[in-house]
Design a protein around this ligand. Structure first.
Ligand code: GLN
Length: 388
């Protein structure tokens, strides 16, 4: 018999919507991946490493050159002082890194605080690791938690809290005062924070991203998760980072050794090169994406849609109710992909209970003509929908 936790799970909304987009030959503004192929020089390094590099098992924790480059990178950009030998582990994508954190750090019955809308892998993987997700429900337009939310969620049984900032799907960055508040609760309840920081470089604010790990009291009690896929717009590469103090890293690496054991060495060495040679990319990439965000936001606003602000990520959210649509997000998304040929992600898929049902998420990491046509087709779907 299959494990009921798994058989009861839906297929991820990203896979479902990309499948429907293919089936209906639709414009895909759903699953978050860029149209562009990613930096050529980094791809060339990977190709070179496949042809002339070592293609046998790399070290379990990752190539030293990549772990060193990651430590330097976070030192430069986020002022973190990391020991690459004891504090950096390379995983096969951030999704594996999250699984390592849950498997390596949860004991049966431990409570894990997560914020909804929550990325869809969190709760099922927490449960599979024996944990109990405790969900704090956030709401538009600000999607912020309060002191009362944390007082209600944290208990003496809380072992972990998962913070995703910048947050998918809300496209918000956790403000400093909220980081400080969360850190106070982590210290008071002796809780470790799992920081899904994969969008850390895809932010549009002038101020650099501040990781929770850098907040006083958090250095030793944070697992920071990074993603080369998001750093370099190479989402299929599956190179993730687990950054944590040595005692935590020891447990994380034990989980990693039995999940994927290692990660393709050629891609690791290309990412190592990329981290040290991409200063221009790290400023151009978010600047270009901000132009795409503004293009999609402008086209949607011209069509009469109510658009929520996007501070980070590849995503822009539309408030259907405020745009005159009486349908819920899932019904609208299914109709839009089937009838007018444009795929989006319903935000309700990121809630297990009491979902917010009037917001859809659109990926703007696309070519201008794709964005323009996507906005036009969304307007067609809106015009054919039940009106408020
Ligand atoms: N992170 C991507 C998104 O939010 C999806 C990744 C996936 O398909 N699992 O769209």
């Amino acid at each position: 018999m299959a494990n009921p936790i798994y058989t009861a799970l839906p297929t991820t909304i990203f896979t479902v919507m990309s499948g429907l987009a293919r089936e209906h030959d639709a414009i895909n503004l759903g699953q978050g991946f860029p149209d562009e192929p990613g930096p050529l020089a980094i791809r060339r390094h990977a190709a070179e490493a496949v042809l002339n590099g070592d293609n046998q098992y790399p070290p379990m924790a990752g190539l030293p050159e990549l772990r060193q480059a990651a430590a330097r990178h976070y030192g430069r950009l986020q002022n973190l002082d990391l020991d690459w030998k004891t504090e950096v582990t390379v995983t096969s994508g951030a999704t594996e890194a999250l699984a390592c954190a849950f498997l390596g750090l949860i004991e049966p019955g431990d409570e894990v605080v997560i914020f909804a809308p929550a990325y869809d892998s969190y709760a099922p993987m927490i449960r599979r690791a024996g944990g109990v997700p405790v969900i704090v429900r956030l709401q538009p337009p600000h999607w912020r938690f309060t002191r009362v939310d944390l007082e209600n969620a944290f208990t003496p049984r809380t072992r972990l809290v998962v913070l995703n900032s910048p947050m998918n799907p809300t496209a918000t960055v956790c403000p400093d005062e909220d980081l400080t508040l969360l850190a106070q609760f982590c210290v008071r309840y002796d809780v470790t924070a799992i920081c899904d920081d994969v969008w850390e470089h895809v932010t549009f604010a002038a101020a650099p991203f501040r990781p929770l790990m850098a907040v006083p009291g958090m250095r030793e009690r944070t697992v920071k998760i990074g993603s080369a896929g998001k750093m370099f717009a190479l989402t299929g590469w599956r190179i993730g980072f687990l950054i944590a103090a040595p005692a935590l890293t020891d447990a994380l690496a034990k989980a990693h050794q039995f999940l994927t054991f290692t990660t393709p060495p050629n891609l690791q060495s290309a990412v190592a090169w990329g981290l040290d040679n991409s200063a221009a990319w790290f400023s151009a990439m978010p600047a270009d994406l901000a132009v795409s965000r503004d293009r999609l936001a402008g086209a949607l606003t011209d069509e009469g849609f109510a658009v929520l602000p996007s501070q980070a990520t590849y995503f822009l959210n539309v408030d259907l109710a405020a745009s005159g649509v009486a349908e819920d997000d899932m019904a609208f998304c299914l109709r839009a992909v089937e009838e007018t040929g444009v795929a989006a992600i319903p935000i309700s898929a990121f809630y297990e209970t009491d979902p917010v049902t009037s917001i859809i998420r659109l990926c703007f990491a696309k070519l201008d003509e794709t964005l323009d046509e996507g906005a036009r087709r969304l307007a067609q779907a809106r015009d054919a929908s039940p009106r408020r």
